[in-house]
Design a protein around this ligand. Structure first.
Ligand code: ZN
Length: 221
């Protein structure tokens, strides 16, 4: 029996990357569900931003509580007493690293999808701009894909449209998908919780802005 694969679950945070992936999925699948995790992030506003983007795009939106992620590991995205590392330290991870985050998110997303007869998962991870986060690398995603298949005896496919794109190429993809303005104005990437172009100073804003400048100057030529 041939499996029909016209549905996908997108791991969705309302940031630049996952929102670009949401629209990529809308182009490639008939039915898309956005799955958003509440994991004790300092900026719970993220979830509201994500819901409104999904609503505007006419996408089914699910919110899932995962407070254990903030409870078991110490990181500056969930712990208000930690100041975020601006750069990656020489010999370790920046404290914005949430250990196991993509492992947990994708595993939960797979079970969630399977319950609905869906076996295509989409995530916005990128090895190119991975900031030192090991669970954004292609080798991890491939390994997890095999593990999920073995764990549930299914044929999941984890799609990673941004894996080999830097931020400039991610902007380019948004433009190709016709959603450049939506990504630019509605998404929330900023670690200080400011949507659109953000605070301009945190590491996430600087990475996003650098990519945008690169893309726009390339486009002008
Ligand atoms: Zn910022």
């Amino acid at each position: 029996m041939e499996m029909k694969r016209d549905k996908a679950v997108v791991v969705f945070s309302g940031g630049q990357d996952s929102t670009t992936c949401l629209f990529w999925a809308l182009k490639n699948f008939k039915h898309v569900i956005a799955l958003c995790f509440r994991y004790g992030q300092k900026h719970v506003r993220e979830v509201d931003v994500a819901r409104s983007i999904a609503d505007n795009a006419g996408v089914e939106f699910f919110e899932m509580d995962m407070p254990l992620i903030g409870a078991i590991g110490r990181n500056s995205l969930t712990d208000a007493s930690l100041k975020m590392d601006a750069d990656k330290p020489e010999d370790s991870f920046p404290n914005t690293f949430v250990p196991g985050r993509n492992l947990f998110f994708l595993s939960i997303a797979a079970v969630f999808a399977r319950e609905r007869g869906i076996f295509d998962l989409v995530t916005g991870v990128s090895q190119t701009d991975f900031s030192g986060y090991p669970d954004c690398r292609d080798s991890f995603i491939r390994s997890l894909n095999v593990s999920l298949n073995l764990a549930m005896d299914e044929q999941f496919v984890i799609h990673t449209p941004l894996m080999w794109k830097d931020k400039a190429r991610t902007w380019e993809l948004a433009d190709e998908l016709g959603v450049f303005d939506i990504i630019r104005t509605q998404t929330l990437t900023c670690y200080n919780g400011i949507p659109g172009d953000g605070c301009g100073e945190c590491p996430a804003c600087r990475l996003r802005q650098r990519g945008l400048d690169q893309y726009l100057s390339r486009k002008k030529k």
